[in-house]
Ligand binder design. Structure first.
Ligand SMILES: [Cu+2]
Length: 539
């Protein structure tokens, strides 16, 4: 059987979009944030001072502890010494929640609109099928996963599984069905669950069986779930994983976008006739053939890119399902403004991280602010996984240029206006006049070879190594430009301002774009962002 891979929906559900505020650097919110930071800094100093005092006089420990708690409570933080487990309301007294509790990647369910615990009912069924895991090449493999029973029409989400959202203190009433016709028993081990094997034993279902567990969610955080039946590495490597968010009693601040992203690995042998068989030996060797976001190469690129505006804040709930590799999560061209390490939501977030480490079987919650219009490239910064194995996503930020934050100021075209024909195929020439029927640009063989990001010859004739055959292409409005990938590796033609994106182009593949507006359009290759060139469209 074949299932449709889930695709992002561009119109977000949940809170209606807000108008874009002025740039956040100048907003009142920044002053408030600075105030809070100042308070937190004062608290940290106070805590250190108290800790030093305590070490000098252990008799005062109780007093110190009390005062630390008081300081932390005043700052709105949770005392590290306090109990994070909520008061338990008996199951018999809990209503059944009516909030939407599930969504399909990359969407998140909205935050529960209640301040008291409830029973959250969720029903999954197991899917076993054959799925495309690399749309550019059409490679398929056998995947197993979870989908919603009576889920949204047309959405058959197997890998990653749907994301569940509940609130700390809630009871999750979880039902799993393994439909008849499947070939293996399966189950779910929830990292959010306190109890034997995270519920795996009591959710084990052979084909044709259904089982239910009721479990109290004791800890807030964003947690992985996965199949833990029999050869567990094989079940996870076939795609059986997802995330469950347990909101703290005091929810995280509202943001403009919330997204669900899962990194995972496929272990396959070389494809034959487009089908790549599962390679159990490669699992043992920890050598995946694919490392992907949201279940397949390209699930978060091109038409599937995540999108936000300048001035907006986005929060990503991220699971690293592994199986084996730690993830080094980095947004090329931005920062993680906030990180809740290990997705532990009672912790004070760290600020201004570049790359955050996410262990296999763990998660993180990160926030990014749209600072300048650009395409942020989400990668595992162990970059072979990104460039060679698929772990790439795009966050397209649109809005007004912010020259106080980023501005390209150099790099005028050479004065020598040599006719275009002499430059054809030389690697990095300026190309003057369009040919009838459009312009051609070659992505040159060997173009992926690394060069410094701001190499001085980036936009010059004879750039070394050459990347795009025409580095500065001048065309009149209305010109169609066709790029052809003449290299052996995948490349893209991705506008720096997010206005166009070819998606990943396989060897030999071409892509065209018509420039309807005047302007200067710098572009780059998303897997190899040091490959840059520009099109100057004259009105
Ligand atoms: Cu399984």
């Amino acid at each position: 059987m074949t299932q449709t891979l889930n695709r992002p929906v561009t119109d977000q559900t949940g809170p209606s979009p807000k108008s874009v505020p002025p740039h956040p650097h100048y907003a009142l919110g920044t002053l408030i944030a600075l105030g809070i930071l100042g308070t937190l800094a004062a608290v940290v100093v106070a805590v250190i001072a108290l800790t030093v005092t305590a070490s000098r006089n252990s008799v005062d420990d109780a007093i110190v502890s009390e005062r630390v708690d008081a300081y932390l409570a005043e700052a709105g933080a949770t005392a590290s010494t306090g109990d994070v487990i909520p008061a338990i309301v008996p199951k018999a007294d809990l209503p059944v929640a009516t909030d939407p509790a599930v969504a399909v990647a990359p969407e998140m369910p909205p935050a529960p609109q209640r301040s008291t615990p409830a029973i959250v009912e969720v029903e999954f069924e197991v899917v076993e099928g054959v799925n495309v895991i690399d749309p550019a090449s059409g490679v398929e493999t056998e995947t197993w996963g979870y989908r919603l029973v009576d889920g949204p029409d047309g959405v058959v989400a197997g890998t990653p599984g749907p994301v569940i959202r509940a609130r700390v203190g809630d009871v999750l009433r979880f039902t799993i069905t393994n439909p008849e016709g499947n070939t293996h028993p399966h189950n779910v081990d929830f990292h959010a669950v306190t109890g034997p094997h995270g519920g795996a034993g009591d959710t084990t279902v052979a084909p044709g069986e259904t089982k239910t567990i009721e479990v109290r969610l004791l800890y807030p955080g964003f947690f992985m779930y996965h199949c833990a039946y029999d050869d567990v590495p094989a079940h996870i490597s076939h795609g059986m994983y997802g995330g469950i968010l347990v909101d703290p009693e005091t929810p995280l601040p509202e943001v403009d976008h919330e997204w669900y992203v899962v990194q995972s690995e496929f272990y396959t042998s070389e494809p034959e006739d487009g089908f790549a068989a599962f390679d159990r030996r490669a699992v043992t060797d920890e050598n995946p053939s694919y490392v992907v976001f949201n279940g397949a190469v390209g699930s978060l690129t091109d038409d599937n890119a995540l999108r936000m505006e300048v001035g907006e804040r986005a929060r990503i709930y991220f699971i690293n399902a592994g199986l084996n590799l730690d993830s080094n999560l980095h947004p090329i061209g931005s920062h993680w403004d906030r990180v809740y390490p290990e997705a532990a939501l009672l912790a004070t977030p760290i600020r201004g991280s570049q790359t955050t480490l996410v262990p296999a079987g763990g998660g993180t919650v990160v926030e990014m602010v749209g600072q300048v219009p650009s395409t942020i490239v989400l990668v595992d910064h162990a970059l072979a996984r990104a460039f060679d194995k698929g772990a790439i996503g795009h966050i397209v930020i649109t809005g007004e240029e912010q020259p106080e934050i980023y501005e390209a100021v150099g790099g005028a075209a050479p004065a020598d206006e040599t006719p275009a024909a002499e430059h054809e195929g030389t690697g990095g020439a300026e190309h003057e006049q369009p040919a009838a029927g459009g312009e051609q640009v070659s992505i040159l063989p060997g173009s992926s070879e690394f060069q410094d990001m701001d190499s001085p010859d980036e936009f010059e004739e004879g750039e070394t190594p050459g990347d795009y055959s025409v580095n500065v292409l001048r065309v009149p409005v209305g010109t169609t430009v066709t790029w052809t990938n003449d290299d052996q590796m995948m490349h893209s033609v991705t506008a720096a301002d997010g206005s166009f994106d070819s998606g990943l182009l396989d060897a030999g593949e071409s892509w065209s774009y018509t420039f309807d507006q005047p302007g200067e359009f710098e572009y780059f290759c998303s897997p190899h962002p040091w490959m840059r060139a520009k099109v100057i469209v004259e009105g």
